[in-house]
Design a protein around this ligand. Structure first.
Ligand code: 0O2
Ligand code: 0O2
Length: 210
């Protein structure tokens, strides 16, 4: 199998989605001063991770495109929990891809304590052989949820997926603490947004003129 050829459309999708989502952020900033999008990242799943996932889930080679739905993955990180729903709603109204599946782990966290909103989309990408529909995963989460998930992901690596139960318990309580932080920040949202606007204006004024 020629992985480079197989993954090329996925790389294209990740790049296109990043441009589009970053474009939304810029537009929000020009028009409204507050963007529900803090930052956007994306990656093509490493080949070793694709193979490992297929072995773990008994996915045959022919089922890879349909069943490994996160080969192309983009992540939208927001400041506030409400922003997640603003972004999801906007993505639902777009006409450039189709939403295939939706998982709300924000209101219903996973057993591990993981919170995030996932959309699986079918994205039409132009290739030199014509249009190809490619699946991609969009994860939408707050900064606090992202902080928790990044740490839990590292621990999963450290313990090869077998996190000891005392560490798991700590992670669950850290997840609750992160969610309480999100709730507290939401309560003082207006104050934070005002402060951010003042800060941005100050920043613009201090830009050297060309
Ligand atoms: P950290 O600590 O999260 O920064 P793996 O499970 O690691 O064998 P896989 O499935 O590709 O391989 O991992 P994962 O979690 O899907 O993503 C690999 C790395 O890409 C992780 O970083 C992710 O955090 C990062 N990443 C960046 N953007 C995205 C995105 O949009 N979607 C997904 N799923 N991952 C993203 P680190 O440094 O390995 O871990
Ligand atoms: P993996 O296991 O290699 O996909 P399903 O139960 O099959 O419907 P699936 O495919 O496991 O759902 O997708 P899910 O649960 O929505 O998770 C997809 C991705 O979300 C994972 O990709 C992670 O990036 C992230 N994720 C899900 N649960 C957790 C969690 O408990 N902790 C962290 N840190 N991330 C999570 P992976 O890593 O490739 O997983």
């Amino acid at each position: 199998m020629d992985w480079e050829v197989f993954l090329a459309p996925y790389t294209q999708v990740v790049d296109e989605l990043k441009v589009k989502l970053k474009g939304m952020r810029a537009q929000f900033e020009y028009e409204l001063e507050h963007s529900p999008i803090e930052f956007v990242t994306g990656r093509v799943k490493p080949i070793t991770s694709i193979i490992e996932k297929m072995q773990r889930r008994n996915i045959p080679a022919a089922g890879m495109e349909e069943e490994v739905q996160d080969i192309a993955g983009v992540r939208v990180v927001c400041q506030f929990v409400d922003d997640i729903y603003v972004v999801v709603n906007m993505l639902k109204h777009r006409h450039d891809f189709e939403i295939i599946e939706e998982k709300d782990y924000v209101s219903r966290k996973k057993e591990s304590g993981y919170r995030s909103y996932h959309l699986i989309i079918s994205y039409p990408v132009e290739t030199i052989h014509g249009e190809k529909k490619v699946l991609a995963e969009i994860q939408i989460r707050t900064l606090a949820m992202n902080f928790w998930a990044t740490n839990e992901h590292s621990l999963n690596y450290k313990y090869s997926g077998q996190i000891p139960s005392n560490v798991k318990t700590r992670l669950k309580s850290a997840s609750e603490a992160a969610f309480r932080l999100d709730e507290e920040m939401s309560k003082i949202k207006n104050e934070i947004q005002e402060a951010k606007k003042i800060f941005n204006r100050k920043d613009q004024n201090s830009q050297p003129e060309n």
